[in-house]
Every structure is written in structure tokens, then in C-alpha cells.
Design a protein around this ligand. Sequence first.
Ligand code: CMP
Length: 136
Amino acid sequence: MNRIEQTLSIVKPDAVERNLTENIKRVFTENKLKIVQEKKIQISKEEAAEFYKVHQTKPFYERLCNYLSSGPITVMILEGEDAIKANRRIMGATDPKNAEEGTIRKQYGLSIDKNSIHGSDSIENAKKEIEFFFKN
Ligand code: CMP
């Protein structure tokens, strides 16, 4: 029996703009990930820079922060058995070109930057990322 975990998911600007949020939420619920909290927001470039701080030395950091703050996003807490790994499997590879059939990024991702969705990659980061968006 796997443990019940929570993880953070972000529907990125490219997917919100194309009205894909409901389709993406359906993929989660069909895969036994419950959406326990959800909000649609727009963040500043500074907030995006803080959120993606782990990538601050990467050449794509500036572009990434500009992009995440470029339009509305939907942030969600997902809960379920082994949720962190399950969510990453459902999302597919970072670059939609390499994502497996049936994954969200394969179906909806446009490019490595506009890859429609973000998901926490570890228990530690899931905790931090949930706190970042859902303090109190
Ligand atoms: P995400 O899972 O949100 O985490 C960081 C994001 O950086 C990633 O999805 C991609 O959208 C973006 N990115 C851009 N270029 C790269 C790259 N070369 N390697 C990894 N991530 C990249």
C-alpha cells in the first residue's frame, strides 16, 4: 500500500489561455488524484523567480520566469496514493517531443517552455511548493 501524498500542480499560461484547465483536471481525477484546493491567479516576475529558484543558474531561468508570469495560471493541490510520482507519470516528459502517448504534455504541450503543466518532483519540493501558493 503506497502512502497518501499531496503534490502541487500548475496549469501554465499556454494551457489556461487555450481553455484546457477542465480537460487537464479530468485527467487527474480519472487517475485517482483528488483536487483538494485550486485557484486561478497571475503572479509577478519576482514571484516566479522565487518559485523557480532551484533553476536560477540555468540558462533558461530568465525566460522561464517571464513565461510563468505572462498570464493567468491555475494552481492546485493534488492528493492521492503516491501522488508525486503518479502526477509526474501523468504529466509526461518535460519536453513534449519526448513525452509518452497519453500524457498531458504529449497531448497539449507546445514546446519545452510552453509545456502546459508543472508538477513537484519530490516530497520536499511538494511541501515547499504547496506552501508557496497556499500559505495558512
Ligand atoms: P517545469 O516542470 O515547470 O520546470 C522548469 C521548467 O523549465 C520546465 O518545466 C520547462 O518548461 C522549462 N525549461 C525550459 N528549458 C528547459 C530545459 N532545457 N530543461 C528543463 N526545463 C526547461
